[in-house]
Design a binder for this molecule. Structure first.
Ligand SMILES: [Zn+2]
Length: 87
C-alpha cells in the first residue's frame, strides 16, 4: 500500500502497522486512507473527536497521491472496456 500524501510504498499492512503508519485520517470532511509516519507526524493532529486530522494550517493544501492513483485506476478501467468492445 501507498502513503496517500507522499506516495511512499510499504509492502504489507503488518509492516505498516509496525512502522507506525496510520490507516486513515481526515482532511476537513474528506477521509483519506493511509499515511506514513514522516507525513502524519508533520501534518496531522488528533482532533476533538479523537480522529487523526490535518492540522488547520495544512487543510486543503495537501496534494494527495491517492487522487493520482484513483485517476490511474479510472484510466485502466477505460482501457479494459475499450479492449472488450473491440473483441
Ligand atoms: Zn508519506
Amino acid at each position: 500500500m501507498y502513503c496517500s500524501i507522499c506516495g511512499t510504498e510499504i509492502d504489507s499492512i503488518d509492516d505498516a502497522v509496525d512502522a507506525g503508519w496510520l490507516p486513515s485520517f481526515w482532511d476537513g470532511d474528506t477521509e483519506h486512507e493511509v499515511a506514513c509516519p514522516s507525513c502524519w507526524e508533520a501534518v496531522l493532529q488528533v482532533g476533538e473527536d479523537g480522529e487523526m486530522e490535518v492540522k488547520p494550517e495544512y487543510r486543503g493544501k495537501i496534494v494527495y497521491a491517492d487522487a493520482e492513483n484513483q485517476n490511474q485506476h479510472y484510466v485502466m478501467g477505460i482501457a479494459v472496456r475499450f479492449d472488450a468492445h473491440n473483441n
